[in-house]
Design a protein around this ligand. Structure first.
Ligand code: XLS
Ligand code: NI
Ligand code: NI
Length: 445
Protein backbone atom coordinates (compact mmCIF):
# COMPACT_ATOMS: atom_id res chain seq x y z
CA UNK A 1 0.00 0.00 0.00
CA UNK A 2 1.47 3.31 -1.03
CA UNK A 3 1.01 6.32 1.20
CA UNK A 4 -1.28 8.94 -0.19
CA UNK A 5 -1.15 12.39 1.25
CA UNK A 6 -1.77 15.96 0.30
CA UNK A 7 0.48 18.66 1.71
CA UNK A 8 3.04 17.54 4.26
CA UNK A 9 1.24 14.99 6.40
CA UNK A 10 -0.93 11.90 6.07
CA UNK A 11 -4.09 12.24 8.18
CA UNK A 12 -5.48 8.76 7.58
CA UNK A 13 -2.35 6.60 7.91
CA UNK A 14 -2.77 2.90 7.34
CA UNK A 15 -5.61 3.47 4.88
CA UNK A 16 -4.82 3.45 1.18
CA UNK A 17 -6.91 4.01 -1.92
CA UNK A 18 -10.15 2.06 -1.40
CA UNK A 19 -10.24 -0.76 -3.97
CA UNK A 20 -13.23 -2.49 -5.54
CA UNK A 21 -13.04 -6.10 -4.37
CA UNK A 22 -16.57 -7.37 -4.98
CA UNK A 23 -19.19 -8.95 -2.77
CA UNK A 24 -17.05 -11.90 -1.67
CA UNK A 25 -14.38 -9.70 -0.12
CA UNK A 26 -14.15 -9.60 3.67
CA UNK A 27 -12.10 -6.42 3.63
CA UNK A 28 -14.17 -3.74 5.41
CA UNK A 29 -12.22 -1.03 3.59
CA UNK A 30 -13.08 -2.21 0.06
CA UNK A 31 -16.05 -1.57 -2.20
CA UNK A 32 -18.34 -4.55 -2.62
CA UNK A 33 -20.59 -3.05 -5.31
CA UNK A 34 -19.15 0.32 -6.35
CA UNK A 35 -16.96 -0.40 -9.35
CA UNK A 36 -16.40 3.11 -10.73
CA UNK A 37 -15.81 2.11 -14.35
CA UNK A 38 -18.46 -0.60 -14.61
CA UNK A 39 -20.99 0.28 -17.28
CA UNK A 40 -24.65 0.37 -16.39
CA UNK A 41 -26.55 1.13 -19.59
CA UNK A 42 -24.81 3.95 -21.41
CA UNK A 43 -22.80 5.35 -18.50
CA UNK A 44 -20.30 4.14 -15.93
CA UNK A 45 -21.25 3.87 -12.27
CA UNK A 46 -19.12 6.92 -11.53
CA UNK A 47 -20.92 8.93 -14.22
CA UNK A 48 -24.35 7.88 -13.00
CA UNK A 49 -23.78 8.41 -9.30
CA UNK A 50 -21.56 11.52 -9.17
CA UNK A 51 -20.72 11.01 -5.50
CA UNK A 52 -19.75 13.91 -3.29
CA UNK A 53 -18.28 14.11 0.21
CA UNK A 54 -19.57 16.90 2.43
CA UNK A 55 -17.16 19.00 4.42
CA UNK A 56 -19.35 19.82 7.41
CA UNK A 57 -20.13 16.40 8.83
CA UNK A 58 -16.91 14.73 7.81
CA UNK A 59 -14.28 17.29 8.77
CA UNK A 60 -16.02 19.77 11.09
CA UNK A 61 -18.54 18.01 13.33
CA UNK A 62 -16.78 16.00 16.02
CA UNK A 63 -19.56 13.99 17.53
CA UNK A 64 -21.06 16.47 19.96
CA UNK A 65 -24.80 16.25 20.61
CA UNK A 66 -27.16 18.27 22.85
CA UNK A 67 -26.09 16.09 25.80
CA UNK A 68 -22.37 15.76 25.32
CA UNK A 69 -19.26 17.34 23.90
CA UNK A 70 -16.96 16.13 21.12
CA UNK A 71 -15.92 12.51 21.06
CA UNK A 72 -13.92 12.54 17.83
CA UNK A 73 -10.39 13.86 17.86
CA UNK A 74 -9.12 15.15 14.52
CA UNK A 75 -5.41 15.65 13.99
CA UNK A 76 -6.06 18.47 11.55
CA UNK A 77 -7.44 20.67 14.33
CA UNK A 78 -4.12 20.56 16.12
CA UNK A 79 -2.68 23.83 14.83
CA UNK A 80 -1.37 27.11 16.19
CA UNK A 81 -4.11 29.25 14.69
CA UNK A 82 -7.41 28.97 12.86
CA UNK A 83 -6.04 29.55 9.38
CA UNK A 84 -3.41 26.83 9.83
CA UNK A 85 -6.12 24.49 11.07
CA UNK A 86 -8.22 25.32 8.00
CA UNK A 87 -5.27 24.50 5.79
CA UNK A 88 -4.63 21.17 7.51
CA UNK A 89 -8.31 20.34 7.38
CA UNK A 90 -8.29 20.95 3.65
CA UNK A 91 -5.29 18.67 3.19
CA UNK A 92 -7.05 15.98 5.23
CA UNK A 93 -10.20 16.48 3.16
CA UNK A 94 -8.44 16.10 -0.18
CA UNK A 95 -6.60 13.05 1.16
CA UNK A 96 -9.92 11.42 2.05
CA UNK A 97 -11.52 12.38 -1.30
CA UNK A 98 -8.56 10.89 -3.13
CA UNK A 99 -8.51 7.68 -1.12
CA UNK A 100 -12.25 7.16 -1.55
CA UNK A 101 -12.05 7.97 -5.27
CA UNK A 102 -15.05 10.32 -5.21
CA UNK A 103 -15.18 13.00 -7.89
CA UNK A 104 -16.97 15.78 -5.98
CA UNK A 105 -17.19 17.64 -2.69
CA UNK A 106 -19.50 20.27 -1.14
CA UNK A 107 -18.97 22.92 1.54
CA UNK A 108 -20.45 25.83 3.48
CA UNK A 109 -18.31 28.98 3.65
CA UNK A 110 -17.83 28.48 7.39
CA UNK A 111 -16.74 24.86 7.01
CA UNK A 112 -13.65 25.77 5.07
CA UNK A 113 -12.70 29.21 6.37
CA UNK A 114 -12.75 30.76 9.84
CA UNK A 115 -15.16 33.60 10.59
CA UNK A 116 -13.45 36.97 10.82
CA UNK A 117 -14.19 39.89 13.11
CA UNK A 118 -15.84 41.83 10.28
CA UNK A 119 -17.51 41.17 6.94
CA UNK A 120 -14.27 42.16 5.19
CA UNK A 121 -12.13 39.88 7.35
CA UNK A 122 -14.44 36.88 6.79
CA UNK A 123 -14.31 37.58 3.04
CA UNK A 124 -10.52 37.75 3.12
CA UNK A 125 -10.26 34.45 5.02
CA UNK A 126 -12.55 32.76 2.52
CA UNK A 127 -10.63 34.20 -0.42
CA UNK A 128 -7.36 32.82 0.89
CA UNK A 129 -8.79 29.38 1.54
CA UNK A 130 -10.39 29.30 -1.90
CA UNK A 131 -6.92 29.84 -3.36
CA UNK A 132 -5.70 26.67 -1.63
CA UNK A 133 -8.79 24.74 -2.69
CA UNK A 134 -8.25 25.75 -6.29
CA UNK A 135 -4.73 24.44 -6.19
CA UNK A 136 -5.79 21.18 -4.54
CA UNK A 137 -8.55 20.71 -7.12
CA UNK A 138 -6.01 21.13 -9.91
CA UNK A 139 -3.62 18.66 -8.30
CA UNK A 140 -6.21 15.98 -7.60
CA UNK A 141 -8.85 16.48 -10.31
CA UNK A 142 -11.52 16.94 -7.63
CA UNK A 143 -14.54 19.06 -8.56
CA UNK A 144 -16.97 21.14 -6.55
CA UNK A 145 -20.55 19.86 -6.75
CA UNK A 146 -21.91 22.81 -4.81
CA UNK A 147 -21.06 25.59 -2.45
CA UNK A 148 -23.35 27.24 0.08
CA UNK A 149 -23.36 29.76 2.90
CA UNK A 150 -23.96 28.83 6.51
CA UNK A 151 -26.51 31.46 7.50
CA UNK A 152 -27.93 29.58 10.47
CA UNK A 153 -25.14 28.92 13.03
CA UNK A 154 -24.16 32.45 14.02
CA UNK A 155 -26.38 33.84 16.81
CA UNK A 156 -27.30 36.80 14.61
CA UNK A 157 -29.39 34.40 12.51
CA UNK A 158 -31.47 33.11 15.40
CA UNK A 159 -34.61 34.72 13.91
CA UNK A 160 -33.77 33.74 10.34
CA UNK A 161 -31.46 34.92 7.56
CA UNK A 162 -33.34 36.23 4.51
CA UNK A 163 -36.59 35.96 6.51
CA UNK A 164 -35.25 37.80 9.56
CA UNK A 165 -37.57 40.51 10.91
CA UNK A 166 -34.53 42.80 11.22
CA UNK A 167 -33.28 44.02 7.83
CA UNK A 168 -29.74 44.54 9.18
CA UNK A 169 -29.47 40.77 9.65
CA UNK A 170 -30.72 40.20 6.09
CA UNK A 171 -27.79 42.28 4.82
CA UNK A 172 -25.31 40.07 6.68
CA UNK A 173 -26.86 37.01 5.07
CA UNK A 174 -26.48 38.80 1.72
CA UNK A 175 -22.80 39.49 2.39
CA UNK A 176 -22.18 35.83 3.16
CA UNK A 177 -24.18 34.54 0.20
CA UNK A 178 -22.37 36.95 -2.14
CA UNK A 179 -18.97 35.72 -0.91
CA UNK A 180 -20.04 32.06 -1.10
CA UNK A 181 -21.32 32.55 -4.66
CA UNK A 182 -17.99 34.18 -5.58
CA UNK A 183 -16.17 31.21 -4.04
CA UNK A 184 -18.36 28.71 -5.90
CA UNK A 185 -17.73 30.47 -9.21
CA UNK A 186 -13.99 30.66 -8.54
CA UNK A 187 -13.86 26.90 -7.92
CA UNK A 188 -15.98 25.97 -10.92
CA UNK A 189 -18.86 24.77 -8.72
CA UNK A 190 -21.67 23.17 -10.73
CA UNK A 191 -24.46 24.23 -8.35
CA UNK A 192 -25.14 26.66 -5.54
CA UNK A 193 -27.36 25.51 -2.65
CA UNK A 194 -29.78 27.29 -0.35
CA UNK A 195 -30.86 25.33 2.66
CA UNK A 196 -33.13 27.57 4.72
CA UNK A 197 -31.97 26.45 8.14
CA UNK A 198 -33.76 29.15 10.10
CA UNK A 199 -36.05 30.39 7.33
CA UNK A 200 -39.27 29.61 9.13
CA UNK A 201 -40.92 30.37 12.43
CA UNK A 202 -41.35 29.17 15.97
CA UNK A 203 -44.52 31.08 16.75
CA UNK A 204 -47.15 32.48 14.42
CA UNK A 205 -47.99 34.98 17.15
CA UNK A 206 -44.85 37.02 16.47
CA UNK A 207 -44.33 36.20 12.78
CA UNK A 208 -45.46 38.07 9.67
CA UNK A 209 -45.18 35.02 7.45
CA UNK A 210 -46.40 36.84 4.36
CA UNK A 211 -43.64 39.45 4.53
CA UNK A 212 -41.01 36.84 5.43
CA UNK A 213 -41.89 34.72 2.40
CA UNK A 214 -41.83 37.73 0.10
CA UNK A 215 -38.45 38.72 1.50
CA UNK A 216 -37.13 35.22 0.96
CA UNK A 217 -38.17 35.38 -2.70
CA UNK A 218 -36.61 38.82 -3.16
CA UNK A 219 -33.40 37.60 -1.57
CA UNK A 220 -33.21 34.56 -3.87
CA UNK A 221 -33.89 36.74 -6.91
CA UNK A 222 -31.10 39.11 -5.86
CA UNK A 223 -28.69 36.19 -5.36
CA UNK A 224 -29.58 34.75 -8.76
CA UNK A 225 -29.18 38.10 -10.49
CA UNK A 226 -25.80 38.65 -8.88
CA UNK A 227 -24.50 35.19 -9.78
CA UNK A 228 -25.74 35.38 -13.36
CA UNK A 229 -24.17 38.82 -13.73
CA UNK A 230 -20.89 37.28 -12.56
CA UNK A 231 -21.25 34.59 -15.24
CA UNK A 232 -22.40 31.66 -13.09
CA UNK A 233 -23.89 29.08 -15.45
CA UNK A 234 -24.72 26.45 -12.83
CA UNK A 235 -27.98 25.58 -11.13
CA UNK A 236 -29.29 27.06 -7.91
CA UNK A 237 -30.77 24.50 -5.58
CA UNK A 238 -33.27 24.79 -2.76
CA UNK A 239 -33.10 22.01 -0.20
CA UNK A 240 -36.50 21.37 1.39
CA UNK A 241 -36.82 20.44 5.04
CA UNK A 242 -40.03 20.65 7.07
CA UNK A 243 -38.65 21.46 10.51
CA UNK A 244 -35.52 21.53 12.68
CA UNK A 245 -34.12 23.87 13.70
CA UNK A 246 -37.29 25.96 13.34
CA UNK A 247 -40.65 24.48 14.22
CA UNK A 248 -41.95 25.15 10.74
CA UNK A 249 -39.67 25.81 7.79
CA UNK A 250 -40.94 27.56 4.70
CA UNK A 251 -39.23 25.07 2.36
CA UNK A 252 -41.35 22.30 3.88
CA UNK A 253 -41.19 19.71 1.11
CA UNK A 254 -40.72 19.39 -2.65
CA UNK A 255 -44.23 20.38 -3.65
CA UNK A 256 -44.16 23.45 -1.39
CA UNK A 257 -40.85 24.56 -2.87
CA UNK A 258 -41.96 23.89 -6.44
CA UNK A 259 -45.04 26.07 -5.91
CA UNK A 260 -42.91 28.81 -4.36
CA UNK A 261 -40.35 28.76 -7.18
CA UNK A 262 -43.04 28.90 -9.85
CA UNK A 263 -44.95 31.65 -8.08
CA UNK A 264 -41.83 33.83 -7.81
CA UNK A 265 -40.49 33.18 -11.27
CA UNK A 266 -37.47 31.29 -9.98
CA UNK A 267 -38.13 27.82 -11.47
CA UNK A 268 -35.52 26.91 -14.04
CA UNK A 269 -32.68 28.90 -12.50
CA UNK A 270 -33.56 27.05 -9.32
CA UNK A 271 -34.13 23.32 -8.92
CA UNK A 272 -34.32 21.15 -5.83
CA UNK A 273 -31.79 19.32 -3.74
CA UNK A 274 -33.62 16.41 -2.15
CA UNK A 275 -32.36 15.00 1.13
CA UNK A 276 -33.64 11.57 2.12
CA UNK A 277 -33.84 12.31 5.84
CA UNK A 278 -35.75 15.55 5.19
CA UNK A 279 -38.24 13.63 3.05
CA UNK A 280 -39.05 11.27 5.90
CA UNK A 281 -39.31 14.17 8.38
CA UNK A 282 -41.95 15.66 6.06
CA UNK A 283 -43.92 12.42 6.22
CA UNK A 284 -42.88 11.36 2.72
CA UNK A 285 -40.55 8.80 1.27
CA UNK A 286 -37.26 9.67 -0.44
CA UNK A 287 -38.69 8.38 -3.73
CA UNK A 288 -41.82 10.52 -3.35
CA UNK A 289 -39.81 13.72 -3.04
CA UNK A 290 -37.66 12.77 -6.04
CA UNK A 291 -40.77 11.96 -8.05
CA UNK A 292 -42.43 15.31 -7.32
CA UNK A 293 -39.27 17.05 -8.58
CA UNK A 294 -38.94 14.99 -11.74
CA UNK A 295 -42.63 15.51 -12.53
CA UNK A 296 -41.98 19.24 -12.38
CA UNK A 297 -38.70 18.98 -14.34
CA UNK A 298 -36.93 20.39 -11.29
CA UNK A 299 -34.81 17.58 -9.85
CA UNK A 300 -31.38 19.10 -9.26
CA UNK A 301 -29.34 17.06 -6.82
CA UNK A 302 -29.53 14.70 -3.86
CA UNK A 303 -28.30 14.71 -0.27
CA UNK A 304 -27.95 10.98 0.20
CA UNK A 305 -28.49 9.93 3.80
CA UNK A 306 -31.18 8.35 5.95
CA UNK A 307 -33.01 8.93 9.19
CA UNK A 308 -33.84 6.47 11.91
CA UNK A 309 -37.32 4.97 11.57
CA UNK A 310 -38.03 5.54 15.28
CA UNK A 311 -36.53 9.02 15.66
CA UNK A 312 -38.25 12.21 14.61
CA UNK A 313 -35.19 14.25 13.81
CA UNK A 314 -32.44 14.62 11.24
CA UNK A 315 -30.05 11.86 12.28
CA UNK A 316 -28.08 12.22 9.02
CA UNK A 317 -26.92 8.61 8.88
CA UNK A 318 -25.11 7.15 5.93
CA UNK A 319 -27.56 5.44 3.57
CA UNK A 320 -27.51 1.66 3.96
CA UNK A 321 -31.01 0.69 2.89
CA UNK A 322 -30.71 -0.80 -0.59
CA UNK A 323 -34.50 -1.18 -0.98
CA UNK A 324 -34.83 2.58 -0.53
CA UNK A 325 -31.92 3.32 -2.86
CA UNK A 326 -33.48 1.13 -5.56
CA UNK A 327 -36.71 3.08 -5.43
CA UNK A 328 -34.86 6.40 -5.44
CA UNK A 329 -32.68 5.34 -8.37
CA UNK A 330 -35.75 4.15 -10.30
CA UNK A 331 -37.07 7.71 -10.18
CA UNK A 332 -33.70 9.26 -11.00
CA UNK A 333 -33.08 6.91 -13.94
CA UNK A 334 -36.66 7.39 -15.08
CA UNK A 335 -35.85 11.10 -15.29
CA UNK A 336 -32.83 10.40 -17.52
CA UNK A 337 -30.34 10.35 -14.64
CA UNK A 338 -28.50 13.06 -12.76
CA UNK A 339 -27.14 15.86 -14.95
CA UNK A 340 -25.50 18.68 -13.03
CA UNK A 341 -26.43 17.20 -9.66
CA UNK A 342 -24.88 14.36 -7.71
CA UNK A 343 -25.26 12.18 -4.65
CA UNK A 344 -23.81 14.13 -1.75
CA UNK A 345 -23.31 12.27 1.50
CA UNK A 346 -24.87 14.72 3.90
CA UNK A 347 -24.22 12.14 6.58
CA UNK A 348 -22.11 11.63 9.64
CA UNK A 349 -20.77 8.63 11.47
CA UNK A 350 -22.24 8.02 14.91
CA UNK A 351 -20.91 9.82 17.97
CA UNK A 352 -19.54 6.52 19.24
CA UNK A 353 -17.65 5.83 15.99
CA UNK A 354 -14.39 7.42 16.99
CA UNK A 355 -11.87 5.68 14.72
CA UNK A 356 -10.70 7.37 11.55
CA UNK A 357 -11.55 4.24 9.56
CA UNK A 358 -15.19 4.64 10.59
CA UNK A 359 -15.42 7.72 8.34
CA UNK A 360 -14.28 5.55 5.44
CA UNK A 361 -16.67 2.75 6.36
CA UNK A 362 -19.59 5.22 6.33
CA UNK A 363 -18.78 6.47 2.85
CA UNK A 364 -18.00 2.99 1.50
CA UNK A 365 -21.36 1.74 2.76
CA UNK A 366 -23.21 4.69 1.25
CA UNK A 367 -21.48 4.30 -2.10
CA UNK A 368 -22.09 0.55 -2.20
CA UNK A 369 -25.74 1.07 -1.30
CA UNK A 370 -26.32 3.42 -4.21
CA UNK A 371 -24.17 1.41 -6.61
CA UNK A 372 -26.24 -1.70 -5.95
CA UNK A 373 -29.42 0.39 -5.99
CA UNK A 374 -28.43 1.74 -9.40
CA UNK A 375 -27.84 -1.73 -10.86
CA UNK A 376 -31.11 -3.11 -9.54
CA UNK A 377 -33.11 -0.07 -10.63
CA UNK A 378 -31.54 -0.25 -14.09
CA UNK A 379 -32.49 -3.93 -14.40
CA UNK A 380 -36.06 -3.34 -13.26
CA UNK A 381 -36.52 -0.51 -15.73
CA UNK A 382 -34.87 -2.30 -18.64
CA UNK A 383 -35.46 -6.02 -18.21
CA UNK A 384 -38.76 -6.39 -16.39
CA UNK A 385 -42.35 -5.67 -17.29
CA UNK A 386 -42.41 -2.78 -14.81
CA UNK A 387 -42.51 0.15 -17.22
CA UNK A 388 -44.89 -1.56 -19.63
CA UNK A 389 -47.27 -2.39 -16.77
CA UNK A 390 -47.28 1.20 -15.60
CA UNK A 391 -47.97 2.49 -19.12
CA UNK A 392 -50.78 -0.05 -19.49
CA UNK A 393 -52.40 1.18 -16.27
CA UNK A 394 -53.01 4.54 -17.95
CA UNK A 395 -53.79 3.32 -21.46
CA UNK A 396 -57.33 4.76 -21.31
CA UNK A 397 -55.74 8.20 -21.77
CA UNK A 398 -53.74 7.13 -24.81
CA UNK A 399 -56.60 7.04 -27.33
CA UNK A 400 -60.21 7.99 -27.90
CA UNK A 401 -62.04 10.18 -25.42
CA UNK A 402 -59.32 9.78 -22.78
CA UNK A 403 -56.74 11.25 -25.18
CA UNK A 404 -59.13 14.07 -26.03
CA UNK A 405 -59.49 14.79 -22.30
CA UNK A 406 -55.71 14.76 -21.83
CA UNK A 407 -55.38 17.24 -24.67
CA UNK A 408 -57.85 19.54 -22.91
CA UNK A 409 -60.57 18.98 -25.52
CA UNK A 410 -63.40 17.48 -23.46
CA UNK A 411 -65.91 19.54 -21.49
CA UNK A 412 -67.52 18.47 -18.24
CA UNK A 413 -70.87 18.02 -20.02
CA UNK A 414 -69.31 15.79 -22.68
CA UNK A 415 -67.72 13.64 -19.98
CA UNK A 416 -71.11 13.36 -18.28
CA UNK A 417 -72.57 12.06 -21.54
CA UNK A 418 -69.79 9.47 -21.92
CA UNK A 419 -70.44 8.22 -18.37
CA UNK A 420 -74.15 8.01 -19.02
CA UNK A 421 -73.75 6.08 -22.28
CA UNK A 422 -70.95 3.72 -21.19
CA UNK A 423 -72.35 2.77 -17.81
CA UNK A 424 -70.34 1.43 -14.86
CA UNK A 425 -66.52 1.28 -15.45
CA UNK A 426 -64.74 -2.07 -15.31
CA UNK A 427 -62.97 -2.61 -11.99
CA UNK A 428 -59.21 -2.73 -12.73
CA UNK A 429 -56.77 -4.03 -10.11
CA UNK A 430 -53.94 -1.74 -8.93
CA UNK A 431 -51.76 -4.86 -8.50
CA UNK A 432 -49.59 -3.24 -5.84
CA UNK A 433 -48.48 -6.61 -4.47
CA UNK A 434 -47.18 -7.67 -7.87
CA UNK A 435 -45.21 -4.44 -8.24
CA UNK A 436 -43.72 -4.95 -4.77
CA UNK A 437 -42.87 -8.58 -5.53
CA UNK A 438 -41.13 -7.50 -8.71
CA UNK A 439 -38.83 -5.16 -6.77
CA UNK A 440 -37.92 -7.96 -4.35
CA UNK A 441 -37.33 -10.39 -7.20
CA UNK A 442 -34.87 -8.01 -8.85
CA UNK A 443 -33.20 -7.18 -5.53
CA UNK A 444 -31.80 -10.69 -5.48
CA UNK A 445 -31.73 -11.59 -9.15
C1 XLS B 1 -29.33 20.32 7.23
C2 XLS B 1 -29.03 20.39 5.81
C3 XLS B 1 -27.70 21.00 5.45
C4 XLS B 1 -27.67 21.37 4.00
C5 XLS B 1 -26.61 22.36 3.64
O1 XLS B 1 -30.24 19.64 7.68
O2 XLS B 1 -29.16 19.12 5.26
O3 XLS B 1 -26.66 20.14 5.79
O4 XLS B 1 -27.51 20.26 3.19
O5 XLS B 1 -26.78 23.57 4.31
NI1 NI C 1 -28.56 18.48 3.38
NI1 NI D 1 -30.21 17.46 6.80
Amino acid sequence: MSNIFIGDKEYFPGIGAIPFEGVDSDNPLAYKFYDANKRIGDKTMAEHLRFAVCYWHTFCAQGSDPFGTDTQIFAWNDAADEMSAARQKMDAAFELFTKLGVPYYCFHDRDIAPVGKSVAESEANLQEVIGWAKQRQQETGMKLLWGTANVFTDPRYMNGASTNPNFDVVTHAAAQVKAAIDATIELGGENYVFWGGREGYFSLLNSNTQLELENMARFLQAARDYARKRGFKGTFLIEPKPMEPTKHQYDFDAQTVIGFLRHHDLAGDFKLNIEANHATLAGHTFAHELQMCTDAGLLGSVDANRGDPQNGWDTDQFPTDIYDAVQGMMVILGDGGLTSGGLNFDAKVRRESVDMEDIFAGHIGGMDTFARGLEIAHNILNSSSYQANKVKRYESFASGDGAAFSAGNLSLEKMRDIAASKGEPVSISGKQEQYENLINQYMFK
